[in-house]
Design a protein around this ligand. Structure first.
Ligand SMILES: Nc1ncnc2c1ncn2[C@@H]1O[C@H](COP(=O)(O)OP(=O)(O)OP(=O)(O)O)[C@@H](O)[C@H]1O
Ligand SMILES: [Mg+2]
Length: 316
């Protein structure tokens, strides 16, 4: 039964990520690019791409609208990700990133289309239809508007009610509400945590307090990521706490490394791995993502290769 099951990755605010590669930024009207890439963006879509890279089956449930929504669906399918699309009224966002030859980036994001109660209903219908074949559910990325915030706890509770493990990675009101549903894994970065918790994030003590705070709201693990400084994982069940450092690799583009971390943690959760091993897999997936341009386009072999190069130390 588990064989046909899939990691259901929910992205309520997807985006067509278009990157134009230029020689240099110039203050002129026209600059010709020498390369273009389109990626199905949004955090859950990135997680799905990493999971597929790691040899898992993933389904992207994304709010899709207009031609840009169809483009996201095509891109997901091209990446080997099953699409459980929910058709919404507004056009899916488009973001354009200009990248120069030194790897410097400038991103331009289209505004969000309004998100309506009917859009929420369309996503609900797609979610419940997809839930029966889910082996795990992750809810990742920003909420497209206040109408969507309540979907986070609703979906987490629905998954938990069927015994399906869950992971939450978002911020603001969607995070606050989602935490009330006690997701198995909470994975957020320092900035997202600072919006939620009144702790001193400049010190290890403050960061440890923050991840322990978070773990009281997690079913299993809370992970606080710290960019180049690595991450902390707290295991609610045992009170265990670990710190991990990133592997020494060339950082091509860190964007999406948090999503790769989420993919590794979720894969380990489903496999029944202990927290330290899950942390290592998450860090290895993040490390693989650091070395790629496109968010989430990681190779499973690279993740495997990095597993032994992650330094994880217990703090308690
Ligand atoms: N500049 C970097 N150098 C080394 N490792 C990094 C760097 N940025 C990120 N990482 C690795 O990736 C992990 C996740 O990164 P980060 O804390 O930036 O997550 P994030 O902000 O959620 O990222 P995103 O939302 O873009 O996916 C870190 O714990 C670290 O292991
Ligand atoms: Mg993130």
């Amino acid at each position: 039964m588990q064989e046909g099951r899939t990691f259901l990755c929910v992205t309520l605010n997807p985006v067509v990520d278009t990157a134009l590669y230029v020689d240099a930024f110039r203050p002129v009207y026209r600059t010709d690019a020498h390369r273009i890439t389109h990626t199905a963006g949004g955090k859950g879509n990135n997680v799905a791409r990493v999971l597929v890279g790691m040899g898992r089956r993933a389904t992207a449930l994304a709010a899709l609208g207009g031609a840009s929504g169809r483009h996201v669906a095509d891109l997901l399918a091209g990446d080997g990700i099953a699409v459980a699309g929910a058709t919404v009224s507004g056009d899916t966002r488009v973001a354009v990133t200009i990248v120069d030859r030194n790897g410097e980036q400038r991103g331009y994001f289209a505004p969000n289309a309004p998100f309506t109660p009917a859009d929420a209903d369309a996503i609900r219908a797609a979610f419940y239809a997809a839930l029966d074949t889910a082996r795990a559910v992750c809810l990742c990325g920003s909420s497209p508007g206040p109408e969507a915030d309540a979907l986070y706890p609703e979906f987490l509770r629905a998954a938990a009610g069927k015994g399906i493990p869950t992971l939450l990675d978002t911020y603001g009101q969607a995070l606050r509400l989602g935490l009330e549903a006690a997701p198995d894994v909470i994975k957020i970065n320092q900035k997202e945590a600072a919006g939620l918790l009144d702790r001193d994030f400049t010190t290890l003590t403050g960061r440890v307090e923050a991840v322990l705070d978070l773990s009281t709201q997690a079913g299993r693990w809370a992970v606080l990521t710290l960019g180049a400084e690595g991450a902390l994982l707290a295991d609610r069940g045992t009170g265990g706490l670990w710190r991990a450092s990133p592997p020494f690799v060339e950082v091509v583009n860190p964007i999406g490394s948090g999503d790769a971390m989420a993919a590794g943690l979720l894969a380990a959760l489903v496999d029944g791995d202990p927290p330290e091993r899950a942390f290592r897999l998450g860090m290895a997936a993040a490390g693989a993502n650091l070395q790629t341009w496109e968010a989430g386009r990681v190779a499973g072999a690279e993740v495997e290769a990095l597993l032994g190069r992650i330094y994880v130390e217990p703090l308690v």
